[in-house]
Design a protein around this ligand. Sequence first.
Ligand code: ZN
Length: 257
Amino acid sequence: MSVFQPDSFIVASVSPSPNFDERKDGRPPDMMLLHYTGMKTGDEALQRLTTQASKVSSHYVVFEDGRIVQCVPEERRAWHAGESSWAGETDINSRSIGIEIVNPGHEFGYSDFPLRQIAAVISLCKSIITRRGPISADRILAHSDVAPSRKQDPGEKFPWGLLSESGVGHWVRAAPLDLEGSGIRPDARGEQVTRLQRTLRSYGYGIAETGTYDDATRDVVTAFQRHFRQARVDGVADPSTLLTLRALIETRPAPLP
Ligand SMILES: [Zn+2]
C-alpha cells in the first residue's frame, strides 16, 4: 500500500494500513474516538493496526514518548469503533477520527498515561479541530462510551480533566464520593430508573428506557464513570454519579450551527 502525506506536521511518521474504506455518508467526520491499544507494546499494536488480516486500524497511534504515527488518512474511514452507537448513530467509523493511545490496558497491566503522551494527544486533537473546523466538545469520546458492553478503553486512568483544561472535550469535575443518599442500585425498577436511562440517552449513550436497571444499564453507568467519575467505577448510580451526570448535562455545549 502506498505511503500518503500525513494530515498534520505534528505526525512523526506514516505507517499505512490497508484496513480502511470510504466514509459512508459523505459527510466529514464530526467525532473523535479515543482508545488505548491494549497490547504489551506499542510496536506490537502498530503491527496489528497495519496488518490486513487483523481488519482493524485507526487514523493515529500515539506512543508513550509522544511520537505520533498516522496509519489512515483522515478523509478515509478507519476501522476502530466496531459495533457501537452514539446519539442514535451506529456507523461510528464513518463519523469519527480514531486515535489509539499506547497503553497495555486492563489486560496487560494498565498504567498511568505519561504526561508527554497526553500532551501529544492534546496537540493532535487541537490540530484536527484547527484544520477541519469545529468538532463539538461532547463528541470527543472514549471507545467505552460508544461500546459500553464491549469496551473499557481508554479507561479510568485517562486524564479527561487535563484534556478539558486544554480545551479538548466536555468534562466536569466529578462530585465527591461521600454524598448523602442512596442513589439507584442495579436491579432497581421504576420511574427513577427510566429517568436515569433517559438522561444517559439524552447525552448520547446507546441505552433503552426499560425501567429496569439491567446489565446494559450497568454497563452504561460503568462507561459513564470511566469517563466522568473515575474515582469509583462500579456501575452503581450512587449520588455522586447522579450529580456528576446532572452537572454534565447542564454544562453541555450548545450544538454547533
Ligand atoms: Zn478501542
